[in-house]
Write a protein that binds this ligand. Structure first.
Ligand SMILES: Nc1ncnc2c1ncn2[C@@H]1O[C@H](COP(=O)(O)OP(=O)(O)OP(=O)(O)O)[C@@H](O)[C@H]1O
Ligand SMILES: Nc1ncnc2c1ncn2[C@@H]1O[C@H](COP(=O)(O)OP(=O)(O)OP(=O)(O)O)[C@@H](O)[C@H]1O
Ligand SMILES: [Mg+2]
Ligand SMILES: [Mg+2]
Lengths: 470, 470
């Protein structure tokens, strides 16, 4: 009499949508905008063009319903576009996407865009319209999600010619929301996105028709991250098993060199020796015991090269400084110190921490006394659950600010950006990062390094003030 | 050149296992025990038997590997057992289970048991063994998870006779872990489980062979929750659409009465009138516009009965007091006040808050000065992320303790239990509950109600002390 059932991934997130950040109409408005904008930014960077993103939120008049509010969200970008055969899955299937590879991107779960579409659909019963082109024909889909089967129901599909060779994606959906409750944070999210993506042009028209324009401060794009092979330290039995199942190599020495980064002939030989596996062994004939021996040896062997950070794309000190100065309106009367740490790893995943500390007259005028923290992960601004995350922990518990001449009434802005092939988010809503020990160490050290710059600045001003009194 | 792929639910949680609570070996040890024990408790309560659960963690000797530790986890219960045809899916498929219905249970996602099996497999490459019977034959499965396809690979399946009519489930898996780091919290989890489930016998043997026995304080089980129909307030377009797709009713009046709780003929008539839908309309011919009108009307119509709380199973004041006294060793020199609130709802989901406040000599001796908070959701102890959750927020920010004669050095224990058909967890790791406004209100009021009892106790003791001085 116990009844069992399985549910689709879309059904799971339909039932538990608060776990994906759609907990109530105002928060859902924020998350929908976030997910769509991050998709556009990823697509533009992949296309290597300075992003042009246009976002419009329109309120839908509803004479009878004064409690609940409904909005039309429209977003357009000049990114890669989505090929015809992938459009239905990209926007109407959970756990489908192009970011499941070992390369830094804002997207990682294959879930966000579809969740925005899903939330719109279950609150309004309206389909989503996606118009996209990769340079050829323009595909115009109107679709809904068949939630129980985690796939698209295509209501309309028009194909148009593309004489101007437009490339990009436009998406329009309708959803229940609560704009006035979330307005401040939404604008703040856009502003902070501009701060760490100063090469992007963002145009936003709000429900009252007001135009917000975040103009690019530079045309210079950050380096394109490269997809890399896994590092031996990030390996577990399942990863190893999958590589073996797919490999075309004929012996274990070739296997190690082919499938992992930074493994040359000598390293492969020494590693296999430690693991107790013959270099001539055929990978596909490895026993389960050998598999486990190999994985354990990846942790014990200390001769592997440092992880390859070409899969990462830090903002860079120049762009970060440009972005912060532009969005915080810093002048010559302010001081800013930007720091980029060397690549590090946690659990085999490479990451880089960048930090900036700013102080001065403008900072005091706009932020008041005390420390204000801006948090970023893979160029995504984090605006919620501040005290739960690793950046707040590092700034508030690991640093003795008095030693940097920072008092409780000093006006200070700290910005921290963590980029990685895998951001240690604690939930699929991407609210905050877990305090992984290696990440916490690097964030702490980055802030300290930047704080030393601020201390020198304070000392210099103190000396100047003292000189001028004599 | 952009490559797209879909991944299975098991693959998603394999890649993002920290989101399910498997962030590192010590935390994984805790989460695995939690998920398995909660499955056993659910199964015993469903079978209406006082739970007998046996848990054993054994360290697996590994002469060469001194850094990483490996353990065998074994758990046995006298619950419902799992029918043969469902065993592979129950333990090796993500998003499969028996708790997707509108009824209170510890399990809710269809994911936890499979995650424990998955984590064990990817760290040891060892299969899981599940032995179970629903009273008939005993089925003994040895299996692994085919992660990329989210299904079981059955390595062995033996069927044995069951002359004694044993009923229950035994599961054994191997996993990497770190027992010493998590030991304190694991024992605390077991102790708090005993506190709110005082009808359960829990036996635990730790890696050093030590026996921990939590004996039942009563044979009396709490009321069995009943599966209920949805309340109209919990309805969105998708739920409505699914009910219509499956309905056998012939008109909308019948439809409303058949598929929702607490809707009689008069209520159906008035509701449909407000929605602007004819009582005679055939459900399957409703237009999309009518569907939306009906869903909006469910929010505006104020005449629905209060939600049916028979789907809930609060611990009850008697059992809660028994459990707390037993596990905290309270004596006649301690005071405890237990409170059960009336059922309430958030977003259409019914919930009940129960709270207890205790103080006295034993509390002071064991807990020291200050307030200690015990948190429970559907009888699951919550031991992590205390300051992120709604209970901590209510106790620390919404209550002025001085007005209850509680000073900063007063020794106080607060226990709060929230039970619901849908606990507002913020993540699939079930660490803490979101501060849904209705839930926050009820938790705050429950604590205040119990605190008033404590105030009377303090006043009484103060008067007695004053009398004895005269
Ligand atoms: N504006 C866009 N331009 C180009 N491709 C897009 C766009 N929006 C979505 N896509 C494609 O659709 C896929 C699925 O998007 P979705 O947001 O659901 O997941 P994701 O971005 O991969 O991961 P996450 O859930 O972390 O956001 C993306 O991986 C991308 O390939
Ligand atoms: N010890 C057990 N006895 C009986 N049935 C069990 C047992 N363990 C698991 N099951 C069955 O297997 C299903 C899947 O378990 P799993 O833990 O993966 O999900 P769940 O308990 O439904 O939800 P959650 O992810 O929240 O724990 C359960 O719903 C239950 O039907
Ligand atoms: Mg995305
Ligand atoms: Mg479970």
């Amino acid at each position: 009499q116990t009844e069992y059932q399985s549910i689709s991934p879309a059904d799971f997130f339909y039932r538990n949508r608060e776990i994906a950040g759609f907990s109530n109409p105002s928060r859902a408005t924020y998350t929908a905008v976030r997910e769509l904008l991050e998709n556009s930014m990823d697509a533009c960077e992949a296309q290597r063009v300075p992003p042009e993103v246009y976002l419009r939120i329109t309120e839908i008049e509803d004479k009878r319903d004064t409690e609940t509010k409904f909005y039309k969200l429209r977003i357009e970008d000049n990114g890669t576009g989505v090929p015809e055969e992938h459009i239905p899955k990209a926007f109407a299937t959970v756990f489908y996407g192009s970011k499941y590879i070992l390369k830094q991107a804002r997207g990682t779960f294959g879930l966000g865009g579809t969740m925005a579409v899903l939330y719109g659909q279950i609150t309004t019963h309206k389909p989503v319209q996606v118009i996209s082109s990769t340079g050829g024909e323009i595909h115009d889909f109107t679709m809904m999600i068949d939630i129980q089967n985690n796939r698209a129901s295509i209501l309309k599909h028009n194909i148009r010619q593309n004489p101007s060779g437009w490339r990009g994606t436009a998406l329009e959906l309708q959803m229940e929301g609560d704009y006035s409750r979330i307005m401040y944070r939404l604008i703040e999210y856009l502003k902070q996105t501009a701060m760490v993506n100063p090469y992007a042009d963002l145009t936003y028209v709000d429900p009252r028709g007001r135009l917000y324009k975040f103009e690019r401060g530079t045309e210079k794009l950050p380096p394109l991250p490269q997809s890399v092979k896994p590092h031996p330290h990030g390996v577990d039995v399942e990863t190893f098993r999958r590589l073996i199942a797919e490999t075309k190599t004929r012996n274990m020495k070739q296997f190690m060199m082919e499938h992992f980064q930074g493994v040359g002939p000598t390293t492969a030989y020494k590693f296999l020796d430690l693991a107790g596996i013959s270099t001539k062994a055929k990978p596909k004939t490895l026993s389960p015991e050998d598999l486990v021996k190999a994985v354990r040896a990846t942790r014990e062997y200390t001769g592997f090269k440092r992880p390859d950070a070409s899969c990462l794309s830090p903002i860079g000190e120049e762009l970060l400084e440009t972005g912060i100065k532009k969005e915080l309106n810093l002048t010559e009367e302010d001081y800013i110190k930007v720091v980029t740490r060397k690549p590090s790893t946690y659990l085999g995943f490479p990451f880089i921490v960048e930090a900036a500390v700013a102080t001065g007259r403008t900072v005091r005028k706009t932020h008041g006394a005390g420390i204000t923290i801006y948090r970023f992960a893979n160029r995504i601004p984090l605006l919620f659950d501040e005290s739960s995350g690793v950046i707040w922990k590092a700034a508030n518990r690991n640093i003795n600010w008095k030693t940097y001449n920072v008092e409780s009434d000093t006006s200070l802005v700290i910005a921290v950006h963590v980029c990685s092939t895998k951001i240690p988010y604690k939930s699929v809503g991407k609210e905050y990062m877990a305090d992984q020990p290696a990440v916490e160490r690097e964030v702490t050290n980055a802030i300290r390094e930047a704080a030393r710059g601020v201390r020198r600045y304070f000392n210099r001003r103190f000396r100047i003030a003292r000189e001028s009194r004599r």
